[in-house]
Each structure stands twice: as C-alpha cells, then as structure tokens.
Design a protein around this ligand. Structure first.
Ligand code: NAD
Ligand code: UDP
Length: 310
C-alpha cells in the first residue's frame, strides 16, 4: 500500500482525488486548513482506516514521521472571487506552501505532483494553448496573486528537480466542474446552476462571447493519475477541449434545468481571459488520456448534486 499526502484534500478536486486513491487501495493523508474546503466533502472517509485528515495550513512547516511515496499538492483557493478576498494567502500557499511540500518530497524521496493551472497562459494570444506557449500574464493585476504564484510554483519545482533530483509532475488544469464545487464560490458552473434552480437572473459577465472549455471532474482525476504514473517532469495540460461561449453555456443551463431565469449582463472582471482551450495532444500522446464525459452528461450529474443540496 503506497502512502499519499494530498494537500487541499477537503476541496472540490482534492476530495475526488482522495476518493479515487482510496478506491485504488492507497493510504491517504489529507492536509487542509479548510479555508475554501469543507469537512463535508470528506466526511464519508472519516472512519476509513486508509484515510487520515490533518487540519493544517501548509504555508507552515508540516511534520510527517511516516514514509511517504507521493505528495499531491492541490492546496490553493481557485475561485476568482478569492483573488480579491485573500490574495496574500493564495500567493503564499503556491509559493511557501509549495516549498514546504517540496522539502518533504526531497526528504522522503517522494514523487511530487503540483496542481498548476491554465491561468499560467493568462489572456492567451493563441488558441488552443499548447504547453510550449509561455503566456500573456499581468504580474500586478488582480489575478496575479494566483497566476504568478502558480508560475513561480512551477519554476521552484523545476529548480528542486534540477538541483536536488526531486521527481516531479506538473499538471496544468483547465476549467473543471462537478459535484462538491462550492455553491457560492462565484465560478460560472455553481453560479449559473444555482441561479437557474432558483429562477434568479443568470449573471453573464461582459457580453458572454468569452470562450471556456469545461472538463468533468472524473475525467480530470483520471488524467492526474495517469500523469502521476508517467515519467513526465514538464507541465502537461489536462482539460476538455470542447469550447463553448459563456452565453451559450448560460443558455444550456437554463434549458437543462427548465428554469424561468433570464440572462443579465454584468461587468467583465479585470484580465478575464477571452479564450481558453487546452491543446491536449501531449496528454493524448504520452498518457493515452482524453476526456470521455460529454458536457450534457457532466452537467446533468452536477445539476442533480446541487438540486439535492438546495
Ligand atoms: P478548492 O478551493 O475547492 O480546493 C482547494 C483546497 O485547498 C481547499 O480545501 C482549501 O481549504 C485548501 N487550502 C487552501 N489553502 C490552504 C493552505 N494554506 N493550507 C492547507 N489547505 C489549503 O479548489 P479546487 O477547484 O478543488 O482546486 C484545487 C487545485 O486545483 C488548486 O490548486 C487550484 O489552483 C487547481 N486548479 C483548479 C481548477 C478548477 O477548475 N477547479 C483549475 C485550475 C487549477
Ligand atoms: N462568469 C460569468 N458569470 C459568473 C461567473 C463567471 O459570466 O457569475 C464568467 C467569467 O467571467 C469567465 C467564465 O465565466 O469568463 C468562467 O469563469 P470561472 O470563474 O468559472 O472560471 P475562470 O475561467 O475565470 O477561471
């Protein structure tokens, strides 16, 4: 039985990852300070002997006495509304937090996996974005606490790899959705679904022509694991390349929920990317991975999750 540390394991992606690893027979130490996560997401694992929860802020040193095989560092708020509320915490968990986890990986000779982001590409000049694209990112804008911290995280990881031989993986995650997203985290999927279920106006930012490509969580987690088990040290995009404009997306949710909601247009947040679509040729080639779950199916499952909670 291999031992994993999953930071951010009480969050949306982290809790699905914990479930996936437990189902594979692994031992999981979930480390989370619950700043944006919730114990509800992991309550079903509480009594499982393969699972342990440590409430800890990873920007502080973490003492782990037992051997560890893999560290998967997912801790970081990821919602644009948090970029204005807690920018310092976001910058630090991806820099200091990454350093603390890398030090454990170095000491334990564990494989280190980092949840990076498509935000490393900023507001891209090319579409889709391949891993070799170096991005168009503001170093000082409102999103920079997140984008630039993730970019620094990637740089620090490659430095540990080159200087100390730490075995590393970096996934660049594109917009992922599914059950356990926070209802009020301000991201388009939970916002639109909950507005639609309550017959409230759907808040489309800007004119809604901006493009996103949404990946269902089950596909994303499968991609993480395939990347972890590969030998690839350089960043790899994992996401669903199916594009949709935000206006079409809002309309789709209204149709699927049978809602009476209307669409209202609100100001576009600063540096909101106009385009975002993963080029997944590398993941297909080296991992044999591609998403399987269609948007309609993923949305059906997500809508039913939020219906159960409303
Ligand atoms: P989330 O907010 O649901 O999960 C993040 C978790 O990290 C939360 O449980 C939170 O409490 C925890 N956390 C934050 N700071 C911490 C700290 N200092 N110490 C310990 N725990 C801390 O977000 P998510 O959508 O599940 O994102 C998980 C990871 O994936 C993040 O690193 C994020 O940047 C990355 N990511 C997500 C997406 C997406 O579409 N969901 C896209 C790109 C990248
Ligand atoms: N968005 C929107 N209305 C909302 C929330 C988000 O129009 O209530 C837009 C947002 O401006 C962005 C897209 O939907 O263009 C996806 O936003 P999200 O916050 O889900 O993820 P991002 O791509 O910004 O990381």
């Amino acid at each position: 039985m291999k031992t994993f540390i999953v930071t951010g394991g009480a969050g949306f992606l982290g809790s699905h990852l914990c479930d996936y690893l437990i189902a594979k027979g692994m031992k999981v130490i979930c480390v989370d300070n619950l700043v944006t996560g919730s114990e509800d997401n992991i309550s079903h694992l509480k009594d499982n002997p393969q699972f342990k929860f440590i409430n800890h802020d990873v920007t502080n040193k973490l003492d782990i006495t037992e051997p560890v095989d893999y560290i998967m560092h997912l801790a970081s708020p990821a919602s644009p509304i948090d970029f204005t509320k807690i920018p310092v915490e976001i910058a630090l968990v991806n820099s200091m937090g990454t350093k603390n986890m890398l030090d454990i990986a170095k000491e334990k000779k564990a494989v280190f996996f980092f949840a990076s982001t498509s935000e490393c590409y900023g507001d891209p000049d090319i579409n889709p974005q391949p891993e070799r694209y170096n991005g168009n990112v503001s170093t000082t804008g409102e999103r920079s606490c997140y984008d630039e911290a993730k970019r620094f995280g990637e740089a620090l990881i490659m430095a540990y790899h080159r200087a100390y031989g730490v075995d590393v993986r970096i996934v660049r995650i594109f917009n992922t959705y599914g059950p356990r997203m926070r209802k009020d985290d301000g991201r388009a999927v939970p916002a639109f679904i909950n507005q639609a279920l309550n017959n409230e106006p759907i808040t489309v930012f800007g004119d809604g022509t901006q493009i996103r490509s949404f990946c269902y969580v089950e596909d994303e987690i499968e991609g993480f694991y395939k990347l972890l088990m590969s030998k690839e040290n350089f960043p790899t995009n994992i996401g669903n390349p199916n594009e949709v404009t935000i206006l079409e997306f809002a309309q789709k949710i209204i149709d699927m929920t049978g809602s009476k909601s209307t669409i209202v247009f609100k100001p576009l947040p600063q540096h909101d990317p106009k385009l975002r679509q993963p080029d997944i040729s590398k993941a297909k080639r080296i991992l044999g991975w591609q998403p399987k779950i269609e948007l309609e199916e993923g949305l059906k499952r997500t809508i039913s999750y939020f219906k159960r909670r409303s």
